[in-house]
Structure formats: C-alpha cells, structure tokens
Design a binder for this molecule. Structure first.
Ligand code: HEM
Length: 131
C-alpha cells in the first residue's frame, strides 16, 4: 500500500471515531439534555462521517488498488495529485466543521478534482477486455 493511502485510511479511521463520539454526545443530549452547546458540532459530525470517513476511505483504497501502469509515465504528478487529496479533503472537513462551509466545500471540491486527475489515466482497458 503506498504511503499516501496509509494516511488516507488512517485519517478516515480518525474521522470515523471522532464522528461517532460526537454522534453519541448528540444522541445523549437528545435523550437527557446536558450540554446544549454540543449541537454546534452537528455539522462537524455530518462532515466527518460522510466526507472524512466514507469518501476518504473510498479514495484511499482506490489510490492503492487501481492499476499502476500509468504512474510510471508521470510519477511526480501522480504523487502530487494523490497527496493533494489528503491535504485538501481534510482541510475542507475541518473548515466546514469550524463554520466556514463555502471555503470548506471549495477545498473538498478541489480534493475531488485532484482525485479525478490522479485516477483518470489509471482507468484504462487492458487484457482480453480491451478487445
Ligand atoms: C456513518 C455513520 C453516520 C453518518 C453518515 C451520519 C450522518 C448524519 C447526518 C447526515 C445527520 C444530519 C445532520 C443535520 O441534519 O445537519 C446526522 C445527525 C445525527 N447523528 Fe449521525 N451519522 C452517523 C452515525 C451516527 C452515530 C453512530 C450516532 C450516535 C451514536 C449518530 C447520532 C446522530 C444524532 C444524535 C444526530 C442529530 C439528529 C437530530 O438532529 O435530532 N450518528 N448524522
């Protein structure tokens, strides 16, 4: 597994744990109100679990398992676009959770664009299925 995928999957797991803890706090407060301020974390809960966990896990595993023949032709660019996914996506989740949804979503969109650029040339027909 490439190092960038290791960090994408690790970051995804951190978002899973953090998102569940926040969800549990929200749920507890819904049952027995004890900390109304916790509802300020609802956007962070959503963003961590939908983008930080689910999307990041998918991207990390895809960058790991898709065919690598295209990487030999542009190794530098491929590394840059893959690491940009990690940086932009996590910065985007943090910004959305911190109450800056427009800036955060722009970073998340840039992460998606970088992911598409990275993977595009790795999705190509080969072998018998190429005919
Ligand atoms: C992959 C797992 C999960 C996903 C994708 C997810 C997603 C969401 C989303 C989209 C919302 C709505 C946010 C909004 O309306 O702004 C939400 C709310 C909430 N979630 Fe989760 N969630 C997950 C897991 C959990 C878990 C494990 C818990 C509890 C232990 C939890 C507790 C809550 C609570 C209490 C709310 C607020 C509901 C309300 O507004 O009354 N979630 N979640």
């Amino acid at each position: 597994m490439p190092l960038v995928s290791v960090w994408l999957v690790r970051a995804a797991l951190l978002h899973l744990a953090g998102g569940f803890v926040i969800g549990a706090l929200l749920l507890a407060d819904r049952g027995v109100p004890f900390a109304p301020g916790v509802w300020a974390l609802r956007a962070l809960h959503t963003e961590m679990l939908l983008v930080g966990w689910m999307m990041q896990l998918v991207m990390g595993v895809a960058i790991w398992i898709f065919p690598r023949f295209a990487l030999r032709q542009a190794p530098q660019r491929s590394a840059v676009t893959a690491w940009l996914v990690l940086i932009l996506l996590n910065a985007g989740v943090v910004l959305v959770g911190a109450g800056a949804p427009v800036a955060g979503r722009l970073l998340e969109a840039a992460a998606a664009g970088s992911f598409a650029v990275h993977l595009w040339r790795r999705v190509a027909p080969s072998g018998l299925s190429a005919m």
